[in-house]
Design a protein. Structure first.
Lengths: 580, 294
């Protein structure tokens, strides 16, 4: 048995009042002469047993009366029979730690039968929180995954003001965190209510490690999920934009339109799971922002996604005599595509220019010249040097995914230059390792100098023979000297928008925020998946309402106790007044 | 004299306020005798003297049935009172007798004094030798039974001269009483009987054995018959100083039962030994009490 107002139980101490009065009463009764005291003592002797019983009975009745009143004030809760089918109305429950997961992820904005799914979820979440009592502790988790506590009224206000967010909620992780939280609460009952559209893509890997004794209730998804399409990913490369359409598998194809500055720049037809490539018009150098748009459907949030790309002017490159034939061939290809032009902005070869300028330095073909090359690097205050030959191995690079795995047969290890005190020189903030072989730097940038551990020759590495060679050279002579790094445009989950990164007065990158493509697949999770992932049985609205606090449902016994108290009071009155 | 004017029928406390014990006793006796028109005490001292014509109000038992049979006329027999009845009145003067349950009532002792005075006056008017003994834990006053002139005054003086006792009636006093009553006669024992019943019965049985006609008047204040008082009270025995704390309301019924059993026990024991027993409450009019004794 638990109590709604356990502090009232302190009043049980008052039950001792009759006994204390009986024991501690030191009242001196008035005294009077009474000659026939022998009759009195005789009467008392003959009735002593009855009087003792009467006194004991009165003491018990009065103690019980106080106890019953105090217990009734504490609002005791006793297990209720047949509480499961009550439709969630009325009835008290024992103190419960409750976490309500209100999944207002982007998919909650979908319209089902003309009504936003969010409204249904909001009603269910409101019902759970509104049923909580003063003795309960309640937390609310929205699509952002943050568990927020607070008063019932505050949480209800949060639920009322919630709109579809732009973040996907991993229900498996959310349930695990929520169960862990409520399990730590020292209350008799613990529940987690999952109010979600239960997309199958909302469940992460594995199973939520739900603590024992925590009831997890899940609101069942709508019987029929609408078919949906969304823009998954958008990539711009080589003058075209590659668009992946996501959504309900099997949905019919829909037209995808690329818009640039308010004008349609291209259009294609794609079904969920398919990718289309739409050529972009030739534009002047600079950063360009457009969007890929799908025709509107039930879920509007994923129907468009921004695309950003940069059109750079061709770098003016001069190949030094020792650059090698492969480099010259690649530069010729790039020049033909107007990606590079002749000039002195960037030099590439085994000799480092003494004058300031951007240089791509290859190791000298003659090992005897390595020392000279290192001295030249030192003269340019480059903090790296060619060291002893390194072991062969495959290339590894996060900045240039296309060159990953390409074998390197010969190379010089690139080591930081030792300082005057014999210590290894610091690489500084401007030094960036862009590719490695066997975990050792192979390609790095230190200020205006880009240093390679191998010559770009098939005798040193298979890279010149790989398809990624020309893009690699393009990046080395175009992007890297400009400080754009390996990935100037990144995609991040968030409210759809574009943010540019700048370095000084230059724009060096852009971040495109958009929805998680998994939100577009509105297919509901199968019951088995829900059971396996979060240990809950999906319940329709009525059963969900009925099962709230069902594990902790109790009947308030205060009314019964008050009736008992009245009966005891009547008996006490009768014993006190009717019996001599 | 109407009933409203008869002192023997009025409230004893009201009657007592009319004057001294002599006046009260005489008034009571006058009223009492006017009411019954006959001598209430008959016995060894009554001898037939003459007949007279029957008058309405005469008791039928005094009709001379032989004359009625012979002459068909109603005559009643008249008796001459003699002085050979020796009545001795024993009055308990113990401390418990000086108690009353309410200020508006007489103490048991005051009631007894007036009742005894009236009784003695009646007896003396019948020319019965009447004496008085008062006692508590000891014999306090002894006035031998006489019929001479001024005897009633001496008896009343004896009552008045006996103070309220300090203790209770003791066995020694009762045994002394029996030794003082050598000649047989009428013994009227007036007491609240708040002492050992066995002891008292032994003495009374002894008197009965000696040929005395014994009448026991058990005086009781109404407050002694029905227990009442504050919710809780410590009652103290004025004689023994013993005390007990009781709640009168919860013990009242049991107490009343105990008192009734005590009265019944006295009545039964007295009847068994040929002793007349009368229970008299101090709120009972003197005339009523005297009629009980008649």
């Amino acid at each position: 048995m638990t109590f709604l107002h356990p502090l009232a139980l302190l009043g049980l101490a008052a039950a001792a009042i009759p006994a204390l009065l009986h024991l501690l009463e030191r009242r001196v009764p008035p005294e009077a002469e009474f000659p026939p005291i022998r009759y009195l003592t005789e009467a008392e002797r003959q009735n002593a047993r009855r009087l003792k019983l009467r006194h004991l009975l009165l003491l018990l009745l009065r103690t019980a009366l106080i106890g019953l009143i105090v217990l009734a004030a504490a609002r005791p809760l006793v297990p209720a029979r047949g509480g499961g089918g009550g439709g969630g109305g009325g009835g008290a429950h024992e103190p419960t730690a409750l976490a309500v997961i209100f999944d207002n992820s982007p998919s909650s904005g979908v319209l089902v039968d003309g009504r936003p799914t969010l409204d249904r979820l909001r009603a269910a979440a409101r019902g759970s929180i509104a049923r909580a009592g003063a003795a309960d502790r309640v937390w609310l988790m929205l699509g952002d995954g943050v568990l927020r506590g607070g008063s019932r009224e505050a949480l209800l206000a949060t639920v009322d003001s919630a709109v579809p967010t732009s973040q996907r909620l991993d229900l498996t992780a959310a349930v695990e965190r929520a169960t862990r939280l409520v399990d730590a609460e020292p209350l008799p009952s613990r529940e987690v209510h999952v109010v979600s559209d239960l997309q199958r893509t909302a469940f992460g890997q594995g199973r939520a490690d739900a603590a024992r004794g925590v009831r997890v209730l899940a609101l069942a998804p709508p019987p029929r999920a609408p078919s949906n399409r969304g823009i998954g990913t958008v990539r711009v490369a080589d003058g075209a934009v590659a668009i992946t359409v996501t959504g309900t598998p099997g949905a019919s194809p829909a037209p995808v339109t690329v818009r640039l500055r308010g004008r349609d720049a291209g259009r294609a037809l794609a079904a969920p799971g398919a990718s289309v490539s739409i050529p972009l018009p030739t534009v002047t150098p600079g950063w360009w922002v457009g969007e890929a748009v799908l025709d509107p459907d039930e879920l509007r949030a994923d129907d468009r996604r921004a695309l950003v790309w940069r059109v750079a002017p061709p770098a003016r490159v001069r190949a030094e005599p020792g650059a090698g034939s492969f480099v010259n061939a690649a530069l010729a290809v790039l020049a033909e595509g107007k990606r590079v032009a002749d000039g002195t902005d960037v030099s590439i070869g085994e000799r480092l220019q003494a004058s300031p300028g951007k240089s791509v330095v290859l190791p000298p073909a003659d090992p005897a010249l390595v020392g000279q090359a290192n001295r030249a690097l030192a003269a340019r205050a480059v903090r790296w040097r060619f060291a002893a030959p390194g072991t062969p191995g495959p290339l590894s690079s996060a900045s240039f995914p296309g060159i990953g795995g390409i074998p390197v047969a010969r190379r010089y290890r690139l080591e930081p230059r030792l300082g005057d005190g014999g210590q290894t020189g610091r690489t500084g903030a401007d030094s960036t390792v862009l590719a490695t072989v066997n975990g050792e730097p192979w390609l790095l940038q230190d200020g205006d100098v880009i240093l390679l551990g191998s010559r770009l020759d098939t005798a040193w590495t298979a890279l010149p023979a790989a398809p990624a060679f020309v893009p690699f050279v393009d990046a080395v002579v175009n992007r890297l000297p400009r400080g754009e790094g390996g990935a100037p445009v990144t995609e991040v989950e968030g409210a759809p928008r574009v943010a540019f990164q700048t370095r000084g007065a230059d724009t060096v990158g852009a971040t495109v925020y958009g929805l998680d493509p998994r939100e577009s697949d509105l297919t509901a999770a199968a019951d088995d998946l829900v059971r396996r992932a979060i240990g809950a049985e999906p319940l329709d609205d009525a059963r969900f309402a009925a099962q709230r606090f069902a594990g902790a449902r109790r009947a308030d016994a205060s009314g019964l106790l008050l009736v008992l108290g009245l009966l005891v009071a009547a008996v006490e009155l009768g014993v006190a007044t009717l019996t001599p | 004299m109407t009933d409203a004017q008869r002192l023997d029928l009025l409230n004893p406390a009201d009657v007592a306020r009319l004057g001294g014990i002599e006046i009260v006793a005489q008034g009571v006796v006058e009223g009492f005798l006017a009411g019954i028109h006959r001598s209430p005490f008959r016995g060894f001292s009554v001898e037939f003297t003459e007949h007279r014509a029957y008058q309405p109000g005469d008791e039928p038992r005094y009709l001379d049935w032989k004359i009625l049979a012979r002459s068909d006329r109603l005559f009643v027999k008249q008796f001459e009172e003699e002085t050979n009845l020796r009545a001795m009145i024993l009055v308990d003067a113990s401390r418990s007798m000086a108690w009353r349950g309410a200020p508006a009532r007489l103490t048991k002792r005051a009631y007894a004094d007036r009742l005894v005075a009236a009784l003695a006056l009646i007896l003396l008017r019948q020319r019965d030798a009447t004496g008085l003994i008062t006692f508590d834990e000891a014999v306090r006053e002894v006035i031998p039974a006489r019929v001479r002139r001024g005897q009633w005054t001496r008896l009343v003086r004896g009552l008045l001269d006996t103070p309220d006792g300090l203790g209770t009636a003791a066995q020694a006093a009762l045994l002394h009483l029996t030794s003082l009553l050598a000649r047989r006669g009428l013994v009227v024992f007036v007491s609240d009987l708040l002492f050992d019943r066995g002891l008292a019965l032994t003495a009374l049985r002894y008197l009965r054995h000696r040929g005395h006609q014994v009448i026991v008047v058990h005086l009781m204040d109404p407050a002694e018959a029905e227990l009442s008082g504050p919710p809780e009270v410590r009652f103290r025995d004025p004689e023994s100083a013993a005390s007990v704390v009781v709640r009168p309301r919860e013990l009242a019924r049991a107490y009343a039962g105990t008192v009734q059993r005590e009265i019944s026990a006295w009545r039964t024991a007295c009847r068994r030994h040929g002793i007349a027993y009368h229970h008299v409450l101090t709120e009972m009019p003197f005339g009523t009490a005297l009629r009980l004794l008649a």
